[in-house]
Write a protein that binds this ligand. Sequence first.
Ligand code: SAH
Ligand code: SF4
Ligand code: F3S
Length: 467
Amino acid sequence: MTKKLYVKTYGCQMNVYDSERMADVLAPHGYSAAQSPEDADLVILNTCHIREKAAEKVYSELGRLNILKQARQAEGRRLYLAVGGCVGQAEGEELLHRAPFVDLVMGPQSYHRLPDLLRRAEKSAVVDTEFPSESKFNHLPEESGRAGGSSVSTFLTIQEGCDRFCTFCVVPYTRGAEFSRSVTDVENEARRLVACGAREITLLGQNVNAYHGAGEAGEFSLAQLIRRLAGIDGLERLRYTTSHPRDLSADLIAAHGDVAALMPFLHLPVQSGSDIILKAMNRQHSADDYRRLIEKLRAARPDMALSSDFIVGFPGETDAAFDETLALAREIDFAQAFSFKYSARPGTPAAETDTQVPEDVKSARLAALQAILARSQAAFNASMTGRTLPVLFERPGRHANQMLGRSPYGQWVHADMAPEYRGRCADIIITEAHTNSLAGHAAASAPRVAAAGKTAPAPAFDEGRPA
Ligand code: SAH
Ligand code: SF4
Ligand code: F3S
């Protein structure tokens, strides 16, 4: 019997990857993709717990879905509602108290058990938030290549969990201890993705540069893994996210200098420019350590573009401490950056402190920081005009014969190109810089392809940053 599955994804790129894997697990059990919840027999919310706002979104969505579930029941049919991801893990049984109509609550380590959990949920609500002793990666089926695998640019989880325990962060509790997949496992999946059309792979991990997967002769570092994957025929670009400054090793920095497939862009969250705050956050590095890392990266790869995350209003953050964050943001010309107001998360050490910063102060600080970061991003994009950049085209743009691709630095680039360029790199002369994208036209050196007719509208795209 065929059934319809709708997965709604919140949060980070790993959730995007996980959502596809859930669909892969359920496909052999008769589930195919639904276009909307109205059209589904099972709706899974793949949730994010990183900030209060992200977690609260889940409950408003569940409220809407319950109305749909009741209407379905009145017709004598059943709509199953499942909550997975980090809210599922963090709240478990609690979630059922707030939303008793939910059929299944599970954490990110339970996805390979989905068919069994759904069978049990036919009788009564099921909660599964165990951290199993054996990795789910040993039990997940091979990816179908249906969603991510048919994309030019796709994600591949190589590491999950975090042992860093930053005092503000829920991830070590929701994703569990650090686990690295084996080199063979990763390489086989990368080869399958490339066979399905992927030309760029972003290696994912909550602390991806702490990767230490089993290889043929001992453990591989992330740099060694990257060197191995760079040898895959047809794989043109590699990226990785998210890194912790403390785990950015010399061999990884060196790889940026000599692995051509490794893109000159790194998301390296600094969180704060104040050593006092960094210490209270348990980041285990100073602001100067971060500056030195950037210098080393730029020595290895002069055009290295940097991105970061910042938290403003961490407990105990004084005006002086915040000024140090502003100074660091001004000093390092970030190509892009994400900034958030500190959100106290249940169960984390920072939430317990009595030095919480008032909401209005947080808002003012966020605005001040974002003004600097926006200028920095605009300057970075503007510096691209007149340059020729190799752009990997991913999908059609909004206009006929327009294509959308990524620069090596991760910027979206619009260019008038034939749809045949999908999955191919071409040299583009950049003529316009916007806030979030660039535009240009093919350099004479770009290979010609036959012109084609109308193109489909661009699908909605979510940057995949934590909500
Ligand atoms: N290493 C992880 C980090 C996830 S959280 C990764 O794979 O992306 C992403 C960002 O959210 C963090 O870098 C931090 O800046 C922000 N963040 C985490 N916890 C937060 C909190 N309690 N309040 C506000 N921002 C937070
Ligand atoms: Fe959270 Fe990242 Fe710190 Fe780990 S390293 S605790 S995921 S912010
Ligand atoms: Fe979890 Fe990713 Fe959010 S690890 S808490 S879904 S940012």
